[in-house]
Ligand binder design. Structure first.
Ligand SMILES: C[S@@+](CC[C@H](N)C(=O)[O-])C[C@H]1O[C@@H](n2cnc3c(N)ncnc32)[C@H](O)[C@@H]1O
Length: 158
């Protein structure tokens, strides 16, 4: 598969997975979290499809498109562990999370996702949903939208 095809499949999986997850929790109160602001594409999509939710977002650097700069009070700048600890301290009720941290080195990204999983578990509300670009551990895996291959994107309920 060409890198272009692979990228398109990944973006499609992100968008469709987030739409699917948002529909599962429609009407249930709780915040949203985007782990890895990056360029701000998924952040922008999440705020568009869930305008009623507070949307927290994390990254060690603010390097997004100017149209996607988050409100200061919702941006947890720093390392993932610090951001997750801050949310725990605040007592945030996160109902939907998107995980997109990573270096692009598969083994490293998988190891990091496993290491952050218990911290993510601590801030997720019951009946929540996680959409993830990496496999997480300790959550109940669920099948996402039919057209998304199981190893392309990962879906969990809490
Ligand atoms: C793949 S990009 C996210 C792309 C984003 N979802 C988008 O749609 O534009 C991953 C981002 O996560 C951040 N990141 C990776 N590991 C991190 C960590 N351990 N703590 C904080 N930020 C991290 C990087 O700085 C990078 O901006």
């Amino acid at each position: 598969m060409s890198r272009l095809d692979s990228m398109l499949r990944r973006f499609t999986a992100q968008r469709d997975g987030l739409n699917w997850a948002a529909s599962l929790i429609k009407g249930v109160e709780g915040d949203a979290l985007d782990m890895g602001l990056g360029n701000g594409r998924t952040y922008d999509h999440m705020r568009e499809i869930m305008p009623e939710r507070r949307l927290w977002v994390m990254d060690r650097v603010l390097q997004c498109h100017p149209s996607c700069v988050p409100p200061e009070e919702d941006f947890l700048q720093g390392e993932a562990e610090e951001g997750l600890e801050r949310l725990k301290k605040i007592g945030a009720k996160i109902l939907i999370s998107h995980y997109d941290f990573g270096f692009g080195v598969k083994e490293k990204d998988v190891e990091e996702a496993a290491r952050f999983s218990p911290l993510i578990a601590e801030i997720m509300a019951p009946s929540g949903v996680i959409v993830s670009g990496q496999p997480l551990v300790g959550f109940d895996a669920v099948k996402g939208p039919d057209h998304i291959a199981p190893d392309r994107y990962y879906f969990y309920r809490t």
